[in-house]
Design a protein around this ligand. Structure first.
Ligand code: GAR
Length: 202
């Protein structure tokens, strides 16, 4: 059977990308990572890609006249490499509608909260400030609305009274590294079926 192809978009540290890469290397995820793209030239994730012999590309938003043009360039790179699944691993840009429809149900995002709670930036800070007892992370397919598409997996962590944004982020990140690779594995095992807002695991 033909091996699946993954394209990763990231803006920073790349620890989720690394967690997925480990499972790819072990053969647990039946796919290969063919390209890593970033809007941030100095992203640590690009370095990790290069160290692992994966093509790493910085796409400079400033070189484009509009966000649509910038998105089109990224879609072009992904299509040219035959990417089956796009992974947003800490990618801090919103994906436009045209991008979403080019990879309908084939873009996955990780968000550091239990969606639909605390969408957008600084989710962990918002959770601490709100005083929730539990938070966590969500892996979901991307649709036209931010942090909104069908949910694939979630993990719950407790929030303690003396938590700070940093301590909660660390606790959540450990779960991110577990469920994001798991969701990618399910995708390439052909076990995810989307019906409306719901994702069924076969
Ligand atoms: C992760 O916590 C991820 O959930 C979050 O950015 C971090 C990236 O870390 N993503 C978002 O907030 C998206 N809105 P990483 O670069 O080490 O994977």
């Amino acid at each position: 059977m033909k091996k699946g192809k993954i394209g990763v978009l990231l803006s920073g540290r790349g620890s989720n990308f690394k967690a997925i890469l480990e499972k790819v290397k072990k053969g647990e995820i039946k796919a290969e990572i063919v390209v890593v793209i970033s809007d941030n030239k100095g992203a640590k994730g690009l370095e990790i890609a290069r160290e692992n012999g994966i093509e790493a590309i910085f796409v400079n938003l400033k070189e484009f006249n509009s966000r649509e043009e910038y998105d089109r360039e990224i879609v072009r790179i992904l299509k040219e490499r035959g990417v089956d699944l796009v992974i947003l691993a800490g990618y801090m840009k919103i994906i436009g509608a045209e991008f979403v429809s080019s990879f309908r149900n084939r873009i996955m995002n990780i968000h550091p909260a239990l969606l639909p709670s605390f969408p957008g930036l600084h989710a962990q800070r918002k959770a601490v400030k709100y005083g929730v007892r539990y938070s966590g992370c969500t892996v979901h397919f991307v649709d036209e609305k931010m942090d909104h598409g069908p949910i694939i997996l979630q993990a719950v962590v407790p929030v303690y009274q003396d938590d700070t944004e940093e301590t909660l982020s660390e606790r959540i990140l450990r779960e991110e590294h577990r469920i994001f690779p798991e969701a990618v594995k399910l995708f390439f095992d052909g076990r995810l079926e989307i019906r409306g807002r719901k994702v069924f695991i076969k």
